[in-house]
Design a protein around this ligand. Structure first.
Ligand code: 2HG
Ligand code: ZN
Length: 486
């Protein structure tokens, strides 16, 4: 079959979504074909911005019929190149931002139903307006969208308490590659009627269907929070301190984030005149947050109890308890800006790994030694969601080397060294950022032949023509490892 020309694609899809929202010129297309860090730059035959599930279905049916590939896109905040098309310009981008309606907030069932293009921020606000919490919390919440959060099984800073997106989704509506609509917008807590099909779409990175709407779980809105930054001698002490915090506050421990000294220095450099919460320089720190529906005094007391017992046993070297909401926000700001500070500096090697908590300290030690042996001057931007076992292990270029020089010399070696140590510790080479194209071919080393075969069988069952987000997640059978570069 001859694939249609760009002009024919634009003409046909305009008839479905309207000419104003089917973009075909180079200038119109450009903002949709580059990822937000500017590392993955593709081309597209057109960009469509549908306004309803019905339109998505018609676009998919037409593309299926005509052999046109489709790259679904939400807020385009992926770090793995998963939401932009390849360089050949054959695919279209289907962006969901116009499907941005909160359809219902139901405080009796504690559910919220929304279209895929609602930003995470807007979803959280809608929940709060009904005195509920939607607990997913990630740095890009102002621009990332619920559909993308589902497609990538987003994680973030509250997974320790509330789980990943996978744990927060009760129902999904998705358009299949041939245009059929999977209507699973149910808000049931219990539904044991066979395979849990909605979960197929969670974390599929847009390779199995396009999520168009979802029903999400709501939680009680905490009334108070208590936040502290504590310096610890090493990651092993941080793990022990987490144990103390759980002892003192149980499930009120909402976030437990590790921050290395170089990560803090980088972010302070980037933010300019921000006063660090702790005096002096520390190799390791943790940001701890407790939240509850109870009084703020008792929450502060629980956190103080954990910190004091940590100090007595040498797990805590120094600590600052936020005295106000503004304080807490400024502690969090430091944590949240680490990622952007790296993007602006350029030249960081993103390893997003998870290991069992019991192995995390040993892993960090071994991975640091391995990176130091390969690149003694690399800045060790090591941080992340320690409470759930997720470390962002991101060696960064030394100040006197360009990103190009540094990455050219060591990207593959370093990322392979870190990933293989995580794998050896029973961990994962992608804890929360997904696979996209950046880690796609690495999967051949870290997943068994059976796992890869099953992944391809699922893909072929739903997308036999391989038209939906082709080239993402699944390594071509027999592919060698070629990690993407920053
Ligand atoms: C974070 O936790 C994000 O800040 C981004 O997952 C991590 O940029 C990164 O490596
Ligand atoms: Zn993260």
């Amino acid at each position: 079959m001859n694939t249609p020309t760009s002009e024919a694609i634009v003409a046909s899809l305009s008839a479905i979504v309207g000419s104003q929202t089917c973009l075909g010129t180079e200038a119109e297309i450009k903002p949709f074909v580059t990822d937000y860090r500017g590392l993955y730059v593709g081309q597209a035959a057109a960009v469509v911005l549908p306004s309803s599930t019905e339109q998505v279905s018609q676009v998919m049916a037409w593309c299926h019929e005509n052999g046109v590939a489709v790259v679904p896109q939400g807020g385009n905040t992926s770090l793995m190149g998963g939401a932009v098309p390849g360089a050949d310009g054959a695919a279209i981008v289907l962006n969901l931002r116009r499907m941005n309606q909160v359809l219902a907030v139901d405080p009796i069932n504690d559910t919220m139903t929304l279209q895929a293009g609602v930003t995470l921020n807007a979803a959280r606000t809608a929940a709060e307006d009904a005195a509920r919490l939607f607990p997913l919390r990630i740095g890009s919440e102002g621009s990332c969208q619920i559909g993308g959060n589902i497609a990538t099984n987003a994680g973030g800073t509250a997974v320790l308490r509330y789980g990943n997106m996978r744990d927060l989704v009760l129902g999904v509506e998705a358009v299949l590659p041939d245009g059929r609509i999977y209507s699973g917008l149910r808000g049931l807590r219990k539904d044991n009627t066979g395979y849990d099909l909605k979960q197929l779409f969670v974390g599929s990175e847009g390779t199995l269907g396009i999520v168009t709407a979802a029903v999400l779980k709501l939680m009680p809105l905490p009334r108070t929070s208590s936040v502290a930054l504590a310096a610890v001698p090493d990651p092993a002490a941080a793990v022990a301190l987490l144990g103390e915090a759980k002892k003192a506050a149980g499930q009120m421990v909402t976030a437990f984030e590790l921050i290395s000294g170089p990560a803090l220095e980088l972010v302070l450099e980037y933010l300019g005149n921000v006063r660090p919460p702790l005096e002096g320089r520390h190799d390791w720190m943790v940001l701890i947050e407790l939240t509850s529906g109870g009084s703020s005094e008792s929450l502060d007391q629980s956190l103080m109890q954990a910190l004091e017992s940590g100090m007595e046993s040498g797990l805590v070297l120094d600590a600052a308890l936020a005295q106000s909401v503004a304080d807490a926000q400024s502690f969090w700001r430091i944590r949240e800006e680490i990622s952007d500070a790296q993007t602006r500096t350029g030249g960081s090697i993103k390893c997003d790994v998870s290991v069992p908590l019991s192995c995390i300290a040993g892993f960090i030690e071994e991975a640091s030694a391995a990176v130091r042996a390969l690149e003694p001057q690399a800045r060790m931007i090591v941080y992340g969601h320690m409470g759930d076992g997720n470390v962002h292990f991101n060696p960064l270029r030394p100040k006197d080397r360009t990103a190009k020089e540094f990455l050219g010399a060591c990207y593959d070696k370093v990322s392979h060294a870190v990933d293989s140590l995580a794998h050896a510790a029973g961990g994962s080479i992608s804890a929360e950022h997904g696979i996209g194209v950046a880690k796609r071919d690495d999967l051949t080393q870290y997943k068994s032949a059976v796992e890869l075969e099953l992944m391809w069988q699922v893909k072929k069952a739903l997308d036999p023509k391989n038209l939906l987000n082709p080239g993402k997640v699944l390594p071509a059978p027999g592919a060698a490892s070629t990690p993407g570069n920053e």
